[in-house]
Design a protein around this ligand. Sequence first.
Ligand SMILES: NC(=O)c1ccc[n+]([C@@H]2O[C@H](COP(=O)([O-])OP(=O)(O)OC[C@H]3O[C@@H](n4cnc5c(N)ncnc54)[C@H](O)[C@@H]3O)[C@@H](O)[C@H]2O)c1
Length: 370
Amino acid sequence: MDTIGVGLIGTGYMGKCHALAWTGVKAVFGDKPAVRRVALCEVEESLARRRADEFGFETSTSDWRSLVANPEVDVVSITTPNAWHAPMAVAALEAGKHVWCEKPMAPALADAERMAAAARVSGRVAILGYNYIQSPAIRYVAKLLERRAIGPVTHFRIEMDEDYMADAEAPFSWKSEKSAGYGALDDFAVHPTSLVSTLFGLPAEAFGEMRKPYPDRPDGASRRPVENFDVATVLLRMPNGASGAIQVSRCAWGRKGRLQLQIFGAKGAILFDQERFNEVSVYLAQGSAEDQGFRTVLMGPAHPPYERFIVAPGHQMGFNDLKIIEAHELLNRITGKPSLAIDFDTGLAIERVIHAAARSATDGRWVATA
Ligand SMILES: NC(=O)c1ccc[n+]([C@@H]2O[C@H](COP(=O)([O-])OP(=O)(O)OC[C@H]3O[C@@H](n4cnc5c(N)ncnc54)[C@H](O)[C@@H]3O)[C@@H](O)[C@H]2O)c1
């Protein structure tokens, strides 16, 4: 396959990230296939046309079904609100397209199951936008764990905090609708769970708690009740006896993109924070006590695929680079090469953890994730 045709549905925050990824992937990684940006879809014709010009897509439409049916499109990027993921992904797979769908899979478990089944039947590649697993820092953490640098992992904590909804007067958006899911669980907790799944394997049981800091938000001239939960906590029991905790908030003033991972082992600890994107801290409980302390490793050309972006150490990578790596992993999978990506089957397992946590928050008991 020399060239692959891309269709993009949705051009908001994530849509632009996918567009940049499709634009950059060939230049960064240099291998085949080349990417042809064929078609772009938005809710409204003039917006679709404008975005197609900006993002370098050949054609535009306001009808996502026509994009999915376009014979020139081989792979569909879905970056629309959560409630659209299932109908769009299933239709794309049924039309024989590969799919790159943003997280979460779908607010309803039955829809996520439908998506995974459609992917299996189609034989096409379908992955989810779990970009944080692509970070050179996280890949380095995985390597440290593989070589048991901190001994067996006993417990871990992951916090994901942002403040984009911290203001009680922030306007109501689709993210506060029930149709978007449980709230912070679908919006954020799926990301920490993707890290758990990648670094440690899937948890066996979850215990959840969800809270709504503000009951309503401005919606035009009136106020509208908030329909889901902006703050959530999930405790995890791992099959091997280790334990974990995930805490997420969309209302954490001062936290802009904090995804902090702390891993504790029998012989040390590892720390990573998305706000310090290019750093991993390692504590090894060895040698003289007076010399012990966290050592910070700056990501650079020795931490793949950093070197693909820039040969110079100390020059730093950023969020959009993760999407370029993710696009490359998708292309690797499509062309039958080894690939690190969360497909719809693993994505479904992540959804089961989220639904177990939500069920637990209602029932007040531990809930099995399988
Ligand atoms: N991977 C990540 O780190 C990450 C970060 C943010 C958002 N997301 C996910 O990306 C998705 C989109 O979130 P966002 O923040 O970009 O939202 P957004 O509101 O900024 O953008 C959504 C876009 O989709 C368009 N759209 C809606 N319905 C459509 C339809 N039927 N046809 C065509 N276009 C349609 C909207 O007009 C809008 O431009 C969500 O599922 C979200 O969870 C992922």
